[in-house]
Design a protein around this ligand. Structure first.
Ligand SMILES: C[S@@+](CC[C@H](N)C(=O)[O-])C[C@H]1O[C@@H](n2cnc3c(N)ncnc32)[C@H](O)[C@@H]1O
Length: 253
């Protein structure tokens, strides 16, 4: 008798959340802030949300819990994380596999009039020139009055020395937590996942896709982002949340 491998999507969601939370203990707070802004600006029970570089679907899952009549589009390129997302989300979410660096990704979307584009801890993997263009593309898929919110690593340019001390302190705190649970680290989590009978075989495909790519991260201060957003055509752009060296901005089309 052959055994069919099954994916425990709920367990992988919980494990992903624990790992991400070890980097960002205030992760849920930033998601809640994003959804508060959607609530405040959209004012409708059924927003159309684009979950950009959405990975396992953390933002879509939370948005759909808060707005059960919402629809979301999740865009990402990682074949492993997208497999977890597909097993976790229902028909309210359309999942699109596309590379935001190189693909004409806006043409693959089911619509171009989103109420909100939400993204977290992802766009630092894209270089500055490409990111400035991406902001224009995001502007083009929002309806007038729609909002783009990005939470990511964004230091405050007024406290560069202090920001470095904070980054060192955060790293020490994280490393201490890995002693009791190695899967809380990015590398440890992927090693653990490699043992999964459904996800493990997809790792090689992922490796080929990401080979050498994540070596350099683009993490300018929040000023860079706000300038790039205005240049991309957004009528308003400003910070809506800050936690140590991370921040979230909102920009209105
Ligand atoms: C740290 S995860 C965050 C995922 C999710 N927003 C969350 O907070 O749980 C970063 C995500 O960005 C995606 N990503 C990075 N670069 C990408 C690109 N060029 N195209 C599509 N997705 C990308 C990765 O595949 C990954 O799913």
């Amino acid at each position: 008798m052959t055994e069919t491998a099954t994916l425990d999507a709920a367990a992988w969601q919980a494990s992903w959340d624990r790992q991400q939370q070890s980097y960002m203990p205030d992760r849920e707070q930033r998601f809640a802030t994003m959804l508060d802004i959607v609530d405040a600006t959209i004012g409708a029970p059924a927003p159309a949300i684009l979950d950009l570089a959405g990975g396992t679907g953390s933002i879509s899952l939370r948005a759909l819990r808060r707005f059960p009549q919402a629809i979301t589009t999740l865009v990402d390129v990682d074949p492993v994380l997208l497999t977890i997302a597909r097993a976790s989300l229902d028909a309210r979410t359309t999942i699109v596999s596309t590379d935001l660096r190189t693909d004409p990704w806006t043409t693959t979307l089911p619509r171009r009039d989103y109420d909100a584009v939400l993204t977290a801890t992802a766009l630092h993997w894209i270089d500055g020139d490409r990111l400035a263009t991406l902001y224009r593309e995001i502007h083009s898929v929002l309806r007038p009055g729609g909002v783009f919110i990005n939470a990511d690593h964004m230091v405050d340019p007024g406290i560069t020395t202090l920001s470095q001390r904070i980054a060192d302190w955060e790293r020490h705190r994280r490393e201490a937590s890995y002693v009791s649970d190695p899967t809380l680290s990015w590398e440890g989590w992927w090693e653990h996942l490699a043992e999964d009978s459904v996800l493990g075989p997809l790792i090689e495909q992922r490796r080929q896709l990401f080979d050498g790519w994540h070596a350099v991260e683009f993490t300018p201060s929040h000023d860079w982002h706000l300038d790039a957003l205005r240049a991309a055509g957004f009528s308003e752009a400003g910070l809506v949340w800050r936690g140590l060296n991370d921040a979230a901005f909102a920009a209105v089309r």
